[in-house]
Every structure is written in C-alpha cells, then in structure tokens.
Design a protein around this ligand. Structure first.
Ligand SMILES: C=C(CC[C@@H](C)[C@H]1CC[C@H]2C3=CC[C@H]4[C@H](C)[C@@H](O)CC[C@]4(C)[C@H]3CC[C@]12C)C(C)C
Ligand SMILES: C[S@@+](CC[C@H](N)C(=O)[O-])C[C@H]1O[C@@H](n2cnc3c(N)ncnc32)[C@H](O)[C@@H]1O
Length: 361
C-alpha cells in the first residue's frame, strides 16, 4: 500500500469513528455526549465496585428492607446512571404517553405541564419538586407557570447538573436545587404553595414517610400531585412471568419494592391528605408510554457497542459497560410491564392538605 492510500484509509477510519462517537452518540435531546460518560460523583476507577455494591443490596434482601439504607443505595444508583440517562433519554427522567404527531420532547413537556396545571399554581408561588433529577420537569414547569420551583434530590451530582442546566436555560432565578433526603426535608412547615413529584417517590421504602414530609411543608389548602410507579389490577403475584417482570423493574430502577395502585390513596389518607382525584394516566385513550423504549432498541445496541469501545480505550469508566447492560435489560422488563398492562409509571394522584387540621374529639 502506498502512502497516499494509507493516508486515505486512515482518514476514512478516523472520520468513521468520529461519526460513530460524536454524531450518532448524543441523545435526542442533547445534554451529554458518549465521550463525557462518567460515574457521577464516583471516581472512574470506583464505578465497577459501586455497581457491584449496588447489586449486593438485592442479593441480601434484608438489607434493602432496612429503610435507612435505601437513600444511600438510590444515591449510588443515580451516580451510575445519570449520565447515561441524559445521553440516551434527555433531561427529564420519566415516561409520558405517546402522542401521535408530537415528538417525544413535546409529549414529555405536556406531561410535565399537566402536573403543574393540576396543582393550580400562580406566577410567583413557591412550589416543591420532590425528587427533581437534573431538572428537566422543573425548567418546563417554571417556564410554563412562572412559579418559583425548589427541587430536592438525594444525588449531589444531579444537583450540579441541574444548576448548570438552569443557568444555561436562563431559569436560575426561578429554579433552585437542594441536595437532601425527601424523607427528612430541610424545609420549614407550611412553606410551599404547591408540590409535585414525577416518578420519584417510588424510591421511598414507605410511601407514607415521603407523603408525610410533603404534607408538613405544604401550606394548608394547597395541592400536591404525584405520578406513581405501581403494579396494576392486572398483576398476579402467583404468575411467575409477572413476578419476573416486576422484580426486573425493581432491580434495574433502584426500587425497594413496587407498590400496588391500591396502596397509594391509603398512604395519602393516613398522613392527612384529602384525595381530590386519582387516575392511571397510562390507561386508554392514552397511547403506550413504552413505545419510545421499544422503538429505541436498535439505538441501544449501537449505544452498547459505543460504550464497550469507549471503556476499552479508557474514555468511559470500565464499569459503565455493566451499568449500560443493566439498563438495556431494564428497558426490556419495562416494555414487558407496559405490553402486559401489569405496570404503570404514571398512576396520578392529586391531594389537598386540608385548610384546617381535623378537630381532635
Ligand atoms: C423513573 C425512573 C427512570 C425512568 C426512565 C427515565 C429510565 C428507565 C430505564 C432507562 C433506560 C433504559 C435503557 C437505556 C439504553 C440502554 C441506553 O442506551 C440509553 C438510555 C436508556 C434508554 C435509559 C434511559 C432512561 C430510562 C428510560 C426510575 C429509575 C424510577
Ligand atoms: C427517576 S428520577 C425522576 C427525576 C425527575 N422527577 C424527572 O422526572 O426528571 C427520581 C429522582 O428521585 C430522587 N430521589 C430518590 N430518592 C430520594 C430521596 N430519598 N430523597 C431525595 N431525592 C430522592 C433521585 O435522586 C432522582 O432525582
């Protein structure tokens, strides 16, 4: 081979690699590139060990049942997955029903705006985002309602990402992000005009505990809406396939145990909320929320090859391949949960803190 053909072959290979990594790599809603994948606040060399530690929670079920350990385990999970989520999904870490003729981005935004419309918020009100991720919903909701949104997340890497995105979007005067545990929130009693949680309270070992905290910080008379992950009325605990799917969802999404749809209102009433409305937003006429996951399978294969290559050449932390593999399998369990109708990630409950405390007789 003469030097000209050698040069051309080299240039072609380099161009191909650039295209594969930098053009195909980024997510639909850009925020992260494959070459920037990290282990969140975990140093690159510790990602694999933390991944193993994450799995050990499931090998010793007694530990995961120990409620105090759950927030740490959830924090580790989000260190491992936050960059991959942003890269492959965008800045909103939740699902939404498919809407014909609308992009995923628009369908996501509409699902978020519905939450704030339900809690009847006025410009200037102070509202709480319980489990805010990197703030995709918070920014959409602040821009739509002009309310001041305070988000809380257990994961400090997400706090930094969310603050950076808020600034970039010019919404940092409306959006504030706090690192903390939603089971013991660093906020005063009766200090919010409304609250919402989008696919976040499923990480609480006991739903009553997080609902009680939201109840405490809300002003009397104000509203709270939550989109809950639940098993539906179609779930049968004696069907091995159902059990496999639900356990697969729990393991791949850091859940201490999925709740039944019928437990949600009970938990809310126990802490003092009035139930205003309850509806599974995944039910017809809504179109499947899992379409995007199902359609994305080819892209996820490509992503997997990319992650293997990047880890092999030392750009991505070694354990990223294991984490990506776990998510790949999780996507399949979620799709099966959706197809069979035994699982919903959007069981909506709208609650009011009564204007007056119930009288003690
Ligand atoms: C509410 C939660 C998270 C919900 C979703 C945002 C995420 C659940 C599963 C995730 C993904 C699965 C497959 C990944 C794919 C293999 C990768 O190449 C690109 C990212 C994925 C699509 C990733 C994106 C986010 C999810 C859809 C839980 C945790 C309570
Ligand atoms: C699936 S993400 C959803 C994020 C956001 N609501 C969205 O839709 O983009 C769940 C969020 O809940 C947060 N979370 C889970 N357990 C928590 C806890 N105990 N305290 C505070 N945040 C928690 C996670 O850190 C993460 O930000």
């Amino acid at each position: 081979m003469d030097s000209l053909s050698l040069f051309c072959t080299g240039a072609l290979l380099a161009g191909g690699l650039y295209w594969f990594v930098c053009v195909l790599g980024p997510a639909e809603q850009k925020g992260k590139r494959a070459v920037d994948l990290s282990g969140g606040s975990i140093s690159a060399e510790k990602v694999r060990d933390n991944y193993k530690q994450y799995w050990s929670f499931f090998r010793r079920p007694k530990e995961i049942e120990t409620a105090e350990k759950v927030p740490d385990f959830v924090d580790t999970f989000y260190n491992l997955v936050t960059d991959i989520y942003e890269w492959g999904w965008g800045q909103s870490f939740h699902f939404s029903p498919f809407i014909p003729g609308k992009s995923h981005r628009d369908a996501t935004r509409l699902h978020e705006e519905m939450a704030v419309d339900l809690i009847d918020v006025k410009p200037g009100d102070r509202i709480l985002d319980v489990g805010c991720g990197v703030g995709g919903p918070m920014r959409a909701i602040a821009a739509h309602s002009r309310a001041k949104v305070v988000g809380i997340t257990i994961n400090d890497y997400q706090v930094n990402r969310a603050r950076m995105h808020n600034k970039k979007a010019g919404l940092d005067s409306l959006c504030e992000v706090v690192c903390g545990n939603f089971l013991e929130m660093p906020f005063q009693d009766n200090s919010f005009d409304g609250a919402y949680s989008i696919e976040a309270t499923c990480h609480a070992p006991k739903l009553e505990d997080v609902y009680a905290e939201v109840f405490r910080v809300l002003k009397p008379g104000s509203l709270y809406v939550s989109y809950e992950w639940v098993t539906t009325e179609k779930y049968r605990a004696d069907n091995p396939e159902h059990v496999e799917v639900i356990q697969g969802i729990e393991r791949g999404d850091a859940l201490p145990g999925l709740r039944s749809y019928s437990d949600i209102a009970e938990a809310a009433k126990k802490v003092g909320f009035e139930i205003v409305k309850e509806k599974d937003l995944a039910k017809p006429p809504s179109l499947p929320w899992w379409t995007r996951l199902k359609m994305g399978r080819i892209a996820y294969w490509r992503n997997h090859i990319l992650v293997i290559v990047l880890a092999a050449i030392g750009i991505a932390p070694k354990g990223t391949v294991d984490v990506h593999d776990m998510l790949f399998k999780t996507a399949d369990y979620l799709t099966r949960g959706g197809d069979s109708g035994i699982f919903s990630p959007m069981h909506m409950i709208l609650l009011r803190k009564p204007k007056e405390a119930p009288s003690k007789s």
